[in-house]
Design a protein around this ligand. Structure first.
Ligand code: NDP
Length: 251
């Protein structure tokens, strides 16, 4: 059963003093999540593979007068466990803890039958969407434990809840993401202040959506801004006791 947050109005300072990492923060939904969280008082840690994009988001946050962001350029397709641990160490030195982690970066891969799917593309998609998500989670859990109420948000998809033809490794990776969320949430239940939940953004106006649906008029698709209430809810204290749940950001 998926949940939908209706009529959630976050306070302006909802995320004041919170320190939150967003992966894939340079573009699309991740960029909007980063700017929105900063606008609600969070210090955001921008992780992504294209430095120029991360710097542009950093500048926008600064220009808006919101808390100064931090930038960590990292390509999740090649990142090693050692690099994830170095990242955790750097965050510990800078902030001493982590209050939130949004696993947002993903690769779409090919839209083709499994019988045609390239093995190398399969490996890249699983690497970024699943293996890197695990490595980053493992490295950052001790810092999330230092938070009064840590929140991990996993990005899912409708094809991660029901398989669909031609969605290949992407669909399978999102099933794995849901599985990772559920295993982790069950492990955390009753023994940790950290919570883990998943969000299916629904059709959202980004580059990924445009490459999956090239014939679609982007104006007919929801903006990233319009789906922010669910992300804010999952980072704010209203969801403190919500763990192991699947959310839809659109009805
Ligand atoms: P985009 O492709 O628009 O943005 C993805 C971001 O992730 C980009 O900033 C990209 O970096 C980054 N990224 C990709 N690969 C890597 C990598 N190897 N290392 C580091 N960063 C990387 O996607 P969306 O914003 O549309 O999607 C965000 C999330 O929402 C994803 O998990 C997606 O699966 C999910 N989703 C989206 C839907 C939609 O309709 N948009 C629907 C359902 C789920 P760069 O900018 O450098 O390319």
């Amino acid at each position: 059963m998926s949940e939908f947050i209706n009529h959630y109005t976050p306070s302006a300072d909802l995320l004041k003093d919170k320190c939150i990492m967003i992966t894939g923060a340079g573009d699309g939904i991740g960029k909007t999540v980063a700017k929105t969280f900063a606008a609600h008082g969070a210090t955001v840690i921008l992780l992504g593979r294209t430095s120029a994009k991360l710097e542009a988001v950093y500048d926008e946050i600064e220009a808006a007068g919101n808390p100064q962001a931090a930038i960590f350029p990292l390509d999740l397709a090649t990142a090693s466990m050692e690099q994830f641990e170095q990242l955790a160490e750097a965050i510990e030195n800078m902030f001493g803890r982590l209050d939130g982690l949004v696993h947002n970066a993903s690769l779409l891969g090919q839209r083709t039958p499994l019988s045609n799917y390239h093995y190398t593309t399969w490996q890249q998609v699983i690497q970024v969407n699943v293996n890197a998500t695990f490595g980053l989670t493992k490295a950052l859990l001790p810092l999330l434990e230092q938070s009064a109420a840590g929140s991990i948000v996993f990005s899912s998809s409708s094809v991660g809840r029901k398989g669909r033809a031609f969605w290949g490794a992407y669909s399978v990776s999102k099933f794995a993401t849901e599985g990772m969320m559920q295993v982790l949430a069950d492990e955390l239940d009753g023994v940790s202040k950290i919570r883990a939940n998943s969000v299916n953004p629904g059709a959202t106006r980004t580059n990924m959506r445009a490459s999956a649906y090239p014939a679609e008029d982007p104006k007919t698709v929801a903006t990233p801004e319009s789906i922010m209430p669910t992300y804010l809810y999952l980072m704010g204290d209203a969801s403190r006791d919500v763990n192991g749940k699947q959310f839809n950001a659109q009805q």
